[in-house]
Write a protein that binds this ligand. Structure first.
Ligand code: SF4
Length: 691
């Protein structure tokens, strides 16, 4: 689906580059003069200004368009990293040659990007970070004799001073430089054996790698804890649905004041205008009715809401309502924006750059009327301007994004409260607006603001012991999807609404990263479910429980001891085929059928039919918590059977008899308990008689 309003013209960059490659010999770049370099840099699209690497704004993903990255000034960059003045001019030439070379040739590294053209945003890693850092190290630590040979002086000790992540980044760049040297495209070969520093370490002697291992964090971003999400979720929804409309009404009135009391052409001082606007806004605030979504007045928010507003204004403290300063209203508007963002991130599962790429008018509808947010993705695409992509919008996210458009208009007018709001020519096009700033959000700025947001609504900014970040919303969504896939779809249905669940799941899982994450989580959850079952299999019911009990016994016998945690985990992996099998067919009932095995509910060896699951199936496992339900159900069925018998209602008698027989199959000990009951005994005898 293409949003006409957002349709962007694709540039001819690739054609341009091909033409440049045909007319340029890359091996000459390493000796080019500043004039030749700036001409080539300009033709590649990075500006003709020698020493300044200008990346067109539309080639960068939203969230990464910081001015220092859009315009890399090599002189400033090298000076700030401490390259001595005597080396600056030559280092600028060195950086420009290298930048032109990597922009011209397909020089991507790694399994996915090997020999592919680097995207403009990826180019900035070597250009802005790695190469200036290397030049700084070499010029500060060593006496450079030949001004074309900086890296030859590099030593292992130099790199050991750096952080682990910096070492990896530098190693990657040194690998690329070595490759250029092999191809005679670059002269300055690094002075260290990069194979030993990089990932392709080859030990000097046979045996394992003896180097000390650094602890590596595998869980870079953790899903947000359920309890925290539940708390933050309802608070964000209250802000969006209850406070939002009321706050926007007041915001519109303040925006009108800003418009009606302009500074430009008034002939009075800015301070006087500010005072006048403030007095008028305070009047509006005094008469404002704070109402919820039902139109009822509320006295205070239903959770501790606080606002920190700077040195000159008292903060709005938890329990204090209504807001008394105009700055409180501006802060509340900002808070509302983050409530919208919170809802959208959790419901849509997009990357932050994708979310920031949404513009006003981003909501579009399919021919069936299904709402989508139309934006751009910059991942997994070679198109510099990003690739258009749609995200289906659950109702709550749709409301949040539509309300955000109204909020954006208001913020645009009163965000620069003290100034004249008429000139917004430099304002970001993003749906999400930085209050008080002309420029766009950066990804780190968003994370800081999300943390401030959750602190303002009375929650921890490091849920689960890790700082809140936009990426954790993707992880959380992947986990929720995994929960749905392994048998708890209600969670997602509640989140997205029942109608849109299938399509939403389909779209979420079309994101390969989320799909892979969800698969991992769901497999792990299946293994955990099996681990719990093995640990207390004696309390489980269903015919599969007997089989698993026997397996546990055999394993104990083989090991000659009780099973430890590792043995239980191994057995769980075997039983579930590494998390591929075992399905929750209804609460507490697990189908342990393995792919390819027969089942009474499905045709031949097909997928089990949860709706036809029967208690007599040898694959059925019942969790211990069901035992009291089953016991009660048998007692109730016996009572109903007797009542129908007294009423001489044979049809209903048969029905209750079937209920009793079904439930008797579920737990062995419960069956033994009820077998002595005269009614049950009678029913069992009747069955024997008829079979
Ligand atoms: S009847 Fe079907 S769904 Fe139920 S446990 Fe057996 S195989 Fe699984």
């Amino acid at each position: 689906m293409v949003n006409k309003a957002n349709e962007k013209t694709r540039n001819t960059w690739e054609f341009l580059r091909d033409a440049i490659q045909l007319s340029t010999s890359p091996e000459h770049v390493k000796n080019m003069s500043p004039e030749e370099l700036s001409a080539l840099q300009g033709r590649l699209g990075y500006g003709y200004n020698y020493g300044i690497w200008s990346t067109p704004r539309e080639w960068m993903p939203a969230g990464s368009r910081k001015q220092s990255l859009l315009e890399v000034d090599f002189r400033d960059r090298l000076s700030s990293l401490g390259v001595p003045e005597a080396h600056i001019e030559n280092a600028v030439l060195y950086c420009t040659r290298y930048a032109v070379l990597i922009a011209l040739l397909p020089t991507g590294l790694g399994s996915r990007l090997r020999n592919m053209l680097m995207k403009p945003s990826s180019l900035l890693v070597p250009i802005y970070r790695a190469l200036p850092c290397l030049l700084s190290i070499c010029t500060k630590n060593h006496k450079i004799i030949n001004k074309d040979s900086y890296l030859q002086s590099l030593t292992e000790e130099d790199l050991q001073q750096l952080s682990r992540s910096k070492q990896l980044e530098i190693s990657r760049e040194l690998t690329r430089i070595n490759k250029f040297c092999d191809l005679k495209l670059w002269n300055d070969r690094p002075g260290i054996d990069i194979l030993k520093k990089g990932m392709s370490y080859i030990p000097d002697v046979a045996g394992s790698d003896a180097r000390p291992k650094q602890e590596t964090k595998t869980d870079k971003y953790m899903p947000l804890p359920d309890e925290w999400v539940a708390q933050a979720g309802w608070r964000a929804i209250w802000l969006a649905k209850d406070l939002g409309p009321s706050l926007l009404r007041l915001g519109e009135q303040i925006a009108r004041i800003v418009k009606d009391v302009p500074h430009h052409g008034s002939g009075v001082t800015e301070e006087a205008i500010r005072r006048k606007r403030r007095l008028l806004a305070l009047e509006k605030m005094a008469s404002h009715r704070w109402t919820d979504r039902n139109g009822a007045c509320f006295v205070t928010p239903p959770f501790p809401l606080s606002l920190r507003v700077g040195a000159n204004t008292p903060p709005l403290l938890p329990g204090k309502w209504p807001p008394t300063h105009v700055t409180h209203i501006l802060k509340l508007l900002e808070l509302l924006q983050y409530a919208h963002l919170f809802i959208a991130l959790l419901a849509v599962g997009s990357r932050i750059s994708e979310m920031l790429s949404l513009e006003p008018g981003a909501v579009i509808r399919s021919s069936e009327g299904v709402p989508f947010a139309n934006g751009f993705t910059f991942k997994l695409t070679q198109v510099h301007e990003g690739k258009e992509r749609d995200w289906p919008l659950p109702e709550l996210a749709l409301e949040a994004i539509e309300q955000q458009e109204i909020l954006r208009e208001i913020l645009k007018q009163i965000g620069f409260y003290a100034e004249d709001s008429s000139d917004d020519s430099d304002l970001s096009n993003s749906l999400w607006l930085r209050y008080g700033h002309m420029g766009e959000f950066s990804a780190t700025g968003i994370n800081d603001n999300l943390r401030t947001f959750v602190k303002s609504i009375g929650l921890s900014s490091d849920p689960g012991g890790q700082n809140l970040s936009s990426h954790r919303f993707r992880k959380t969504l992947a986990r929720l999807v995994a929960l749905a896939l392994v048998g708890a779809p209600k969670i997602l249905m509640d989140l997205f609404g029942h109608k849109s669940i299938e399509m939403t799941l389909y779209y979420i899982l079309s994101d390969p990263v989320i799909a892979a994450e969800a698969k991992l989580v769901s497999e792990e959850m299946v293994i955990m479910r099996a681990t719990t079952a093995i640990e207390s299999i004696d309390e489980y019911g269903g015919k599969a429980a007997e089989r698993i009990q026997q397996m546990v016994e055999q394993e104990r016998f083989r090991l000659g001891t009780d099973l430890g945690a590792e043995n239980i985990r191994e057995l769980a992996e075997i039983l579930t085929m590494n998390g591929q099998a075992w399905e929750l067919v209804r609460p507490g009932v697990i189908c342990t059928k393995l792919p390819g095995s027969m089942s009474p509910c499905a045709k031949k060896v097909g997928h089990p039919e949860a709706s036809r699951c029967m208690s007599s199936c040898s694959n059925r496992l019942e969790e211990a918590f069901l035992r009291s339900d089953v016991d009660g159900a048998i007692a109730e069925a016996i009572h109903c059977y007797q009542t129908e018998k007294d009423a001489d209602n044979e049809l209903m008698q048969d029905f209750w008899a079937a209920q009793i027989l079904t439930n008797l199959e579920r737990f062995t000990d419960i069956r033994e308990k009820w077998q002595a009951d005269p009614t049950v005994l009678h029913i069992l005898r009747c069955r024997e008689h008829t079979s």
